[in-house]
Ligand binder design. Structure first.
Ligand SMILES: [Zn+2]
Length: 250
């Protein structure tokens, strides 16, 4: 089984993940700029000296603005879903103002400099990390125009299609009907024991089922309120404590 780590860092308590194969390791989501990306890479470098590659779950600032810093660290292999590659340049310009400058004082003045060339993943594809560790990828949508879901062994990385501890974030680029459909698609995967969200604690199948019902409720009635849910149970009890720093998951 692949070794899997999470690293949670601010802004916005982003979970980045590391999947370690025999020949290389995959970083999932790079943070909001140079400062956060540097923290993520430093943490993951304490785990492995293998060559790193990078993939982004979607084109929101907290998940991909650290890519250029990864490149500056010598990482030369980046992957993205077709929709991510199509949208990320425009998203960098639109979302540039969202980054808290107190956290990212060294953000480049030109948002275009945040973009790094990447290899396009097919709608259903895989990333081979060596030694039999293969990360399967599936492009869905709903939280954004393009949400990449990844699976290795019994673990699924959901990006922000799943959110634990806070209500799911419905921005201008969200489509509740497609989002509910995406969560139902994820629930069809067999043999999954943990879903790892972009923010918050790992969750189980019951949690994803409940969140799928919440999002479907919003798709049916746009005035519906989507609650925060906690991994400990299916009803919200307020924000749960997210894991801090580097945690080994598998
Ligand atoms: Zn996010």
């Amino acid at each position: 089984m692949a070794e899997i780590y999470s690293f949670t860092s601010d802004p916005v308590a982003l979970n980045s993940y590391l999947v370690v194969g025999e020949e290389r390791a995959l970083v999932i989501d790079t943070g909001s700029g140079p400062a956060q990306a540097t923290g993520i890479l430093r943490a993951f470098r304490t785990v492995t000296g293998l060559p790193l590659c990078v993939v982004n779950t979607h084109d929101h600032w907290d998940h991909f603005f650290g890519n250029a810093t990864c490149k500056a660290w010598g990482i030369d292999t980046f992957y993205g879903a077709a929709g991510f590659l199509r949208e990320s340049q425009a998203s960098a310009w639109v979302q540039f103002e969202n980054v808290p400058l107190s956290a990212e004082p060294d953000l480049p003045s030109d948002p275009g400099n945040l973009i790094v060339p990447a290899t396009e993943l097919a709608a259903q594809d895989s990333i081979d990390l060596g030694g039999g560790t293969v990360v399967e990828t599936l492009e869905l949508a709903g939280h954004t125009e393009s949400d990449l879901v990844l699976r290795v062994d019994d673990v699924v990385f959901t990006g922000d299609l799943v959110e634990e501890g806070q209500p799911p974030q419905f921005g201008d680029d969200a489509t509740p009907a497609r989002w509910a459909q995406a969560l139902r698609r994820i629930l069809l995967f067999e043999g999954v024991t943990a879903y790892l969200p972009g923010h918050g604690n790992p969750v189980d199948r019951r949690f994803v089922q409940a969140q799928a019902a919440d999002v479907a409720g919003l798709a049916a009635d746009h005035t519906a309120v989507v609650p925060a849910r906690n991994s400990a149970g299916s009803s919200a009890t307020g924000q749960s404590a997210a894991p801090v720093g580097l945690v080994r998951i598998r």
